[in-house]
Design a protein around this ligand. Structure first.
Ligand SMILES: [Zn+2]
Length: 289
């Protein structure tokens, strides 16, 4: 699906497919976000191209597979539809930041693009502090949200253009799930999901680093039979791509890692402390077949 999909179309589509979700008011502004699925072999990653509609200034998020991403960028640069300003990474893993050098070489832009990401990302040039902001063109404000756990250098990128709000969550938050705790613990993931990301506006659309919704909801059904989880199951069954179709508000309803207050989740984990719940829930998911 390598085409520009204006935000309003996505929202309209979501209302049709998922009518039980709350109505989202019409937006006064909308970011252009192009998903670039990188589904070579066993990979199910997404890169995202984010474009400021007035200036055409743009960033590419996690372009890990240059063979799929570089042609899209080259065409857009050539036909004048983007001024590519930076590569942005969500964390250092190869399937997110491992294409940085190759992309730079293939695009041959001078001076080389900034690479904005966590400290361990390939060829990184800028690592914003938690809460730091920068602009894409004049319209889009980007805020760095440090969410260490999956990796210690994980950063979620919250972007706002007028009323339109999105967050790119890499391998920290997925629709209906979360990333493995490779470099962190339950306390850190609880803070990342249930404090840092949970405090974002409810209508912030979520763009994760992988298409994992189907497997996430399969696990979620094993610990919760809520209407929200069942609705996500139906959606994942009928939509190959689910990125950006759900908001932070939706995740608080159907994501079993974001419901430590839910008696059903407390029963399933045998815990009541939110950190203990997060730790146990991840163990259950790791062992789920
Ligand atoms: Zn990762």
């Amino acid at each position: 699906m390598n085409t520009f999909v204006p935000t309003r179309c996505l929202l309209a589509q979501r209302r049709v497919i998922f009518p039980q979700l709350a109505w989202t008011p019409a937006l006064t502004r909308a970011m252009h976000i192009q998903s670039i699925p990188m589904w070579v072999g066993t990979s199910d990653n997404y890169a995202y191209l984010v474009v400021d509609d007035k200036s055409k200034d743009a960033v590419i998020i996690d372009p890990a597979h240059p063979s799929e991403v570089a042609p899209v960028l080259q065409k857009a640069i050539k036909d004048g539809s983007i001024n590519l300003k930076a590569i942005v990474n969500t964390h250092h893993h190869w399937d997110h930041a491992g294409g940085n050098s190759d992309i730079l070489a293939q695009l041959g832009i001078e001076p080389p693009l900034d690479i904005i990401g966590g400290k361990d990302c390939q060829k990184v040039t800028k690592t914003p502090k938690h809460g730091d902001t920068f602009k894409i063109g004049q319209g889009i404000t980007v805020k760095a949200l440090h969410t260490p756990c999956h990796t210690q250098d994980s950063i979620c990128w919250f972007m706002q253009d007028g009323d339109d709000k999105v967050v790119f969550t890499g391998d920290t938050l997925f629709h209906g799930g979360c990333g493995k705790f490779f470099e962190g613990n339950g306390e850190e993931m609880h803070k990342a999901l249930n404090v840092t990301l949970a405090l974002l506006p409810e209508d912030t659309r979520v763009f994760p680093g992988h298409e994992y919704t189907k497997s996430n909801v399969k696990f979620a059904l094993s610990v919760s039979q809520s209407q929200a989880v069942k609705a996500l199951d139906v959606f994942a069954d009928t939509n190959k791509e689910t990125q950006g179709k759900f908001t932070i508000g939706d995740e608080k309803k159907h994501n079993v890692f974001m419901r430590p207050q839910d008696p059903e989740i407390q029963r399933a984990t045998g815990e009541t402390d939110p950190v203990a719940i997060m730790t146990k829930m991840r163990e259950l998911k790791n062992n789920f077949k």
